[in-house]
Write a protein that binds this ligand. Structure first.
Ligand code: ZN
Length: 147
């Protein structure tokens, strides 16, 4: 009964995707942030009615991502929602590869990583060799770094 209703209600609507998952996560993180603020700055918030009202109104920000996610899930403009998802994923992929790169560099205890001052490419050198001259193999720039 309820399942059939849901199926009919969602027919032709966009539904759930990774952007919506991200939006719900974002709303959750924002609401946690507001709880943390209340824990640490509670005395400031409760000093006056005005401060408390401002805090309460601001805390509604956490609902905005949820509302957008619900709007997107119920939307019948599938083409536009798919374009949003594609744009979101291309940004997300860039961030994910950036952080996996940083994590890999952090875990690497044998090398240090420097960015070439001229061409900005990442250069890997052995660790604990003192102050060494680094030759960038891409652009030929030479610079000194402590390893
Ligand atoms: Zn270079």
């Amino acid at each position: 009964m309820i399942r059939r209703f849901l199926r009919e209600f969602m027919a032709g609507r966009y539904g759930f995707d990774r952007l919506n998952f991200f939006l719900i996560l974002l709303g959750f993180v924002i609401s946690i942030l507001f709880s943390v603020i209340r824990i640490f700055f509670g005395r400031l918030i409760y000093t006056s009615q005005g401060a408390y009202t401002a805090y309460a109104l601001l805390s509604y920000i956490s609902y905005i991502p949820y509302l957008i996610a619900v709007f997107r899930a119920l939307s019948r403009n599938l083409e536009k929602r798919r374009r949003e998802e594609t744009a979101f994923m291309s940004v997300a992929d860039r961030w994910i590869s950036f952080f996996t790169k940083k994590l890999r560099q952090y875990k690497d205890k044998e090398h240090r990583y420097f960015s070439c001052p001229t061409c900005h490419r990442t250069l890997r050198v052995p660790k604990n060799r003192g102050r060494i001259k680094i030759d960038c193999p891409h652009c030929g720039r030479q610079f000194f770094k402590r390893t």
